[in-house]
Design a binder for this molecule. Structure first.
Ligand code: F6P
Length: 515
């Protein structure tokens, strides 16, 4: 049953009406166990959800909502390999990419998934052998990933996040934009004999990626590059198209891996080259540990369930329209853009799985920037603006640098921001008044390690699953990106021929100006 048709949704609507007087400061004053009740350990992460706009009654109705909306049944279907991506008639099995090949967990899989699991591990082993070969090949100094969306954001984010584990002496570049300035700037720093191009595209048809790959290949030939099979590899489900393109070294994956969920597949090759096979396996193990937690922890202590339900409460009952991600670690610089695709491409939908228009809001806007930079830019609005924007802080306890003073200052700032948002300051009044009572979630990692990073990403994947399941939408398709692609083809032809016939007046005038 879709979330809004359940009894729990009604109860939550009632609770929301009485919620305007809720104040975090009083909630803490009245309940000595609040911090503990709304905090928990999960694999790789500790999370404090207590500074959020909710209380135990809201949470218990949200848990009832999950039950009544069939979230747990939907979860069961995903982990059984059923085709829950109904508009494309595909299973959703990115979790299988991090599933152990053997042991109790492997034995527990449905028999139909044993062959895919075997294929996953065969490809993984081959990819990791290749990664190690490149790592020990000192002639390869530059690895260029050409891909976009899920074939760029995940590997780019993770290579940056785990830079302290990365091999020395190799540079990693990520080219995604069809804007030639991006590729051109990278090519200018390269020599063909020292470069490995990874053409990453699930479909191997994406205009940006194919254009960049073709230009990279032309550059390689023009620079006198030889041995394409040594210098180009394809990461794709479309092995045939890669072959036609002239790339023989190919690592495949499967249509049951969504683009934004593909970091665990061959799309993760740049990360595997950067951190090595053993660390990559640890990254997968962290994600698998989170999968197990999501599948088996009871709902009241299940972190992805709690976060996903909190997201629903904020979006549909308190009507908060965005969520700000504030990682207090500069290596998590690309975390917010990664999460943007994960959440907004998954849950930015206006119809349910049956195609019926939804009478309620879905994906919030996700945005963010690492702290402490954000504090000196947009935090003003978060503290004193007219909108309430829930924040998600991500902090890492241990630093890998040896600079004195910095880490304690960094961690003081993240704690102080979460505190200031909540406690506010009213004694000064006027411009100096901080209303406080601003909600935030605090996620804490001991170290930014491959295991913890894998767990953190899988946590985010599953919380998106939970809110999408309550909303009754298909979180695994992305039809909304198609129209722009089709129109760009038409406009491209028009730009080449200067043809404005039949265009709307605004597009026509702009086209005239640029042709
Ligand atoms: O245009 C959206 C999208 O399909 C994303 O879902 C995907 O991650 C991206 O394009 C890239 O697609 P591909 O990996 O097939 O090149």
């Amino acid at each position: 049953m879709r979330g809004d048709q359940t009894a729990a949704w009604q109860s939550l609507s009632e609770l929301a009406k009485a919620f305007s007087g809720f104040d975090l400061r009083s909630a803490f004053a009245q309940d000595a166990s609040r911090a503990q009740h709304f905090s928990q350990e999960a694999p790789g992460v500790f999370a404090d959800l207590s500074k959020n706009h909710w209380h135990a009654e809201v949470e218990s109705q949200l848990l009832a909502l999950a039950e009544q909306a069939g979230v747990f049944e939907h979860r069961r279907r995903m982990f059984q390999g059923e085709a829950i991506n109904n508009t494309e008639n595909r299973a959703v099995m990115h979790w299988l990419l991090r599933h152990p090949a053997e042991g109790a967990a492997a034995d527990a899989l449905p028999s139909a998934l044993q062959t895919p699991l075997k294929d996953v591990h065969e490809t993984l082993s081959a990819m990791l052998v290749f990664a190690e070969k490149i790592r020990s090949d000192t002639a390869i100094t530059d690895v260029v990933n050409i891909g976009i969306g899920g074939s760029d954001l995940g590997p780019q984010m993770a290579v940056m996040a785990l830079q302290s584990y990365a091999i020395q002496g190799k540079r990693f570049h990520f080219v995604s934009n069809v804007d030639g300035h991006e590729l051109d700037a990278v090519l200018q720093t390269l020599k063909p004999e020292n470069t490995l191009f990874l053409v990453a595209s699930k479909t191997f048809t994406t205009l940006e990626t194919m254009t960049n790959a073709l230009s990279a290949k032309r550059w390689f030939d023009a620079q006198g590059g030889t041995n394409v099979s040594r210098h180009f590899a394809a990461l794709t489900t479309n092995v045939e198209a890669a072959g036609q393109f002239g790339i023989q070294t190919c690592f495949g994956f499967w249509d049951w891996v969504g683009g934004r969920y593909s970091l665990w597949s061959a799309i993760g090759l740049p990360l595997a080259i950067a951190i090595g096979a053993e660390n990559f396996r640890s990254f997968l193990a962290g994600a698998h540990a989170m999968d197990q937690h999501f599948q088996h922890a009871d709902a009241a202590h299940n972190l992805p369930v709690r976060l996903g339900l909190l997201d629903v409460w904020y979006r549909n009952f308190l009507h908060y329209t965005s969520r700000c991600i504030a990682p207090y670690h500069s290596a998590l610089k690309r975390f917010a853009p990664y999460l943007q695709q994960l959440e907004m491409e998954s849950n930015g939908k206006q119809v349910d799985q049956a195609g019926q228009a939804l009478p309620f809001a879905t994906s919030p806007v996700l945005w963010g920037e690492p702290g402490t930079n954000g504090q000196h830019a947009f935090f003003q609005m978060l503290h004193q603006g007219t909108d309430v924007v829930p924040l998600e802080f991500v902090a890492v306890k241990n630093a890998t640098h040896a600079l004195p003073d910095h880490q304690a200052l960094l961690l003081s700032n993240v704690l102080a921001q979460a505190q200031a948002l909540m406690v506010g300051k009213s004694d000064a009044g006027g411009h100096k008044n901080f209303p406080g009572n601003r909600p935030s979630t605090f996620i804490l990692l001991e170290d930014l390690s491959p295991f913890n990073m894998g767990a953190l990403i899988a946590l985010q994947e599953h919380r998106v699953f939970v809110s999408g399941a309550v909303w009754g939408i298909n979180s695994f398709d992305q039809w909304g990106v198609e129209l722009g692609k089709v129109l760009a083809k038409d406009i491209h032809a028009r730009i080449l021929s200067c043809d404005v016939e039949g265009l709307d007046a605004s597009t026509a005038q702009l086209l005239r100006r640029i042709t």
